[in-house]
Write a protein of this length. Structure first.
Length: 69
């Protein structure tokens, strides 16, 4: 299992935003910042929480015996 990928991606995104802002393109830096925050927080949006696949894990677990046995 891979851990820490989201944290690493967030650090790289923050660095990219800093580079873009330092280059003087503040509108693009703001847009990237808003999109990255939206991406990180998308699972907490109430309507989109219904699309989260993790809520179906218990239904698809292999721990239960097969049907018919």
């Amino acid at each position: 299992m891979i851990k820490g990928v989201t944290t690493a991606a967030t650090i790289w995104t923050a660095a990219a935003i800093g580079i873009v802002a330092g280059a003087g393109n503040l509108l693009l830096a703001t847009l990237i910042g808003v999109l990255s925050l939206l991406t990180l927080e998308i699972r907490y949006i109430p309507v989109l929480r219904l699309l989260d696949g993790r809520r179906h894990i218990a239904k698809m677990s292999d721990d239960s015996p097969p049907e018919g046995m």
